[in-house]
Every structure is written in structure tokens, then in C-alpha cells.
Design a protein around this ligand. Structure first.
Ligand code: DX5
Ligand code: ZN
Length: 219
């Protein structure tokens, strides 16, 4: 089992003071989740390459860029150049997931593959041992602050089974509705990388929220 980590999602941060918000969570974790949305694959728009470039200057945190866009392969290099450390694309958005994983690796970055809650989990299973991270979406992608979808637990377990059967070290990430109550349950199901937006940034003390979430996850 990998160590459990919390990756705050800046979707829920106060973007007018983004660098300060990042500094606050940096005190409690090394990972930062950055949601990139194109208004096409998902019905919302968020951060582009210039934002990543800009916040890169303010922190050494590990940037986990979650690409909720059609044609994600067009954006691997721009985000890698801007300072991403991990690049995650959606299995629904590429014709050849193996080629997408290879393209990310060629850029020297960690490769993640994500799956929409409406897509059968079987669709991602053939790529589980090949990538560094599988991101199981536990809400419909596009917005923060939604309720955790219970069926995500069996989906995480299905990915975990493939990892264990193959003795792989792929990390399972979960994104959406992670809070003190859901965190321990996703960890029991087999996840170790917990993305959290509102649970971290709606608490005035963001660093404390991260630490609390981690201790709940491990309970
Ligand atoms: C949703 C994003 C998430 C979002 C999670 O499409 O991918 O990263 O920030 O937000 P919470 O933790 O509020 O559900
Ligand atoms: Zn995300």
C-alpha cells in the first residue's frame, strides 16, 4: 500500500490570492491538484498554461495537472513546459491511451489516466499497470462541492484488484466529494491519493484541514 497523501485542488481556492492560498497548503502537503477544463469535455472553464507557469514560480510543490479537455495530447507539452510534474488525461478523450501514456513519459513526467463515473470501469483496467496513477472520479467532472458517489468505492476496489494481482505500484487517486467521512472509506477501498477542494479551502485554516483530512483518512 502506498503512503496516503492529500492533494488540495485549487479549483476551490480564492483565485484572487492564489499564491498565498498555495503557500498555506504547502505547509501541510507536497502535492497540488490543478483542474484544467475546456468548456467542451466538461461544462466549465478553469486554468490554462499561463496560470500554471505563474504559480510554478511561487512553489516547489508537485503539480498534478488534471486535464478535463478534449484532445489532451495537444496540451501535454505546453503544461509540461509550464511546470507540471504529473499529467492526467481522461480515458474517454483519447483514441489510444497507451500512446498518450507514452507521450507523457517521453516528456519525463508521471502519467495518470482518469475515468468518468459514467464510463464502465473495465475501460480503464487494461492501462492500470502501465501508468503511474489511476484517477477514479467520484463526482461528475466539472465542478467542486458535489456529493461523493457511493459506487466509486467498488470502482476503486476493481482497480486495486488489478494492481495487487499484478504486483504493480500504480497509485489510485480519488477526486470529488472527499471529506472527513469519505476519506477513510476510499482508503479502505484501495486509494492512497486523495484530491480535496472544498474540504480544504472552505476551512479558514487550510493547512489544518489537510492534516485533519489525512488523519481521518488513516483512521
Ligand atoms: C471536479 C474536479 C475536482 C474538484 C473536487 O471536476 O476534478 O478536482 O476540485 O472538488 P471537491 O473536493 O470540492 O469535490
Ligand atoms: Zn480534479
Amino acid at each position: 500500500m502506498n503512503d496516503v497523501v492529500i492533494a488540495p485542488s485549487i479549483l476551490a481556492a480564492d483565485c484572487g490570492r492564489l499564491n498565498e492560498e498555495i503557500k498555506e497548503v504547502e505547509a501541510a502537503t507536497s502535492y497540488l491538484h490543478i483542474d484544467v477544463m475546456d468548456g467542451h469535455y466538461v461544462p466549465n472553464l478553469t486554468f490554462g498554461v499561463p496560470v500554471v507557469e505563474s504559480i510554478r514560480k511561487a512553489t516547489n510543490m508537485i503539480f498534478d495537472v488534471h486535464l478535463m479537455v478534449t484532445n489532451p495530447m495537444d496540451f501535454f507539452k505546453p503544461f509540461a513546459d509550464a511546470g507540471a510534474d504529473m499529467l492526467t488525461f481522461h480515458v474517454e478523450t483519447v483514441e489510444d491511451p497507451d500512446a498518450a501514456i507514452d507521450a507523457i513519459r517521453k516528456l519525463g513526467k508521471r502519467a495518470g489516466i482518469s475515468i468518468h463515473p459514467d464510463t464502465p470501469i473495465e475501460k480503464v483496467l487494461p492501462y492500470v499497470t502501465k501508468c503511474d496513477l489511476v484517477l477514479v472520479m467520484s463526482v461528475r467532472p466539472g465542478f467542486g462541492g458535489q456529493h461523493f458517489m457511493e459506487e466509486s468505492l467498488s470502482r476503486i476496489a476493481a482497480v486495486r484488484k488489478v494492481i495487487d494481482e499484478n504486483d504493480a505500484d500504480t497509485i489510485i487517486s480519488v477526486d470529488g466529494g472527499i471529506c472527513d467521512e469519505t476519506a477513510p472509506r476510499v482508503v479502505s477501498a484501495g486509494a492512497s491519493y486523495l484530491v480535496a477542494g472544498s474540504a480544504v479551502f472552505s476551512n479558514k485554516d487550510h493547512a489544518r484541514a489537510v492534516k485533519e483530512l489525512l488523519s481521518c483518512a488513516l483512521s
